[in-house]
Write a protein that binds this ligand. Sequence first.
Ligand code: GRG
Length: 362
Amino acid sequence: MNSSLPLARRSNTLSSSLGLGEKLFASSSERRFADAISEGLDQVEAGLLSEMSFTDDLADVTSRYLLEAGGKRVRPVLTLLTAQLGSGNNPDVIRAAMAIEITHLASLYHDDVMDEAAMRRGVPSAQSVWGNSVAILTGDLLFARASKLVAGMGEQVIRLQADTFERLCLGQLHETIGPREGEDAIAHYIQVLADKTGSLIAAAAQVGVMLSDAPAEYREPVVEFGEKIGVAFQLIDDVIDLSSRTDETGKVETGKVAGTDLRAGVATLPLLYLRHDAATDADAAALLARIERDIDPSNDGADDSDLTAAIAELRDHEVTKRTLDEAHRWSSDAVASLDPLPKGPVKKALTRFAATIVERNN
Ligand code: GRG
């Protein structure tokens, strides 16, 4: 995101990048709805800048570093969308959308330390600029700020934030330790995705309903939508990971070579499918052996060109197509969860949002 853009333009760029552009909303009532999202995003953006300032001069810089670097604001957009099922934007809805984005940001600081990620939101990760301790503490400071924001919103919202935080941590923990003996590796992986990504997206959707006094029967459908679209989102990431990421000029972004997750030892769904198939398919077993040999950290002499070639083969392999199909299935199921919602712009936008998630390629 270009932070030099005026807020209104930035929000509009965001809305269209999430599939909520002009063409989707043709009638005047739909345009009012789109304007409410756009105006809400401006308020969230301005609120984030002021809530994420610290009197400590180092914290003041490190805490807004990733905020100002970019990001799609997927979660605040969801809160604003579901709030339109009730009374629309109000100060609590805006504050909750901010708290959710700040929690997301906090988790990114910690995640990059754990993954030793070089880049985040197109800039060097915080720990590669300031070191692990400063990055971890910045995440903690942001989590404290998010907690302060929800402190006045009542027990239900405070509990939702705590439960979500717990799931984020458990998802990350389970990803770190991997499946336990006898546990199905694929089911374990999907649960990790639901916990580390679906939970916060679902919470974002849920607070919009809760704080706009929308009918309570809409809560469950939007939670289910958020959980499922979160899994779809991560499965698409697994597919995207197999291609190098390029910037606007077509140059490969630093730290975004093909197979970044695989190289870091993350067992994404294409690799899990390959492991499963390797038991009965010799070609799958041979490809798996090449990948596992070359990503083995003890194999210092690994030939990177062979790993690059093996990753390209994995990208073109049937297991990657299956991962893509699985992502589409989660996205369709997410949309099916919206059945109880009334016909109208919110349902239309959420449906479009789900399609955008699975159509994205970066
Ligand atoms: C301190 C809150 C906190 C949590 C600690 C590290 C951790 C526990 C959990 C990890 C959660 C995590 C980082 C999950 C990945 C979520 C994800 C899909 C990130 C990318 O989201 P996008 O694409 O990113 O929405 P942008 O940059 O667009 O916001």
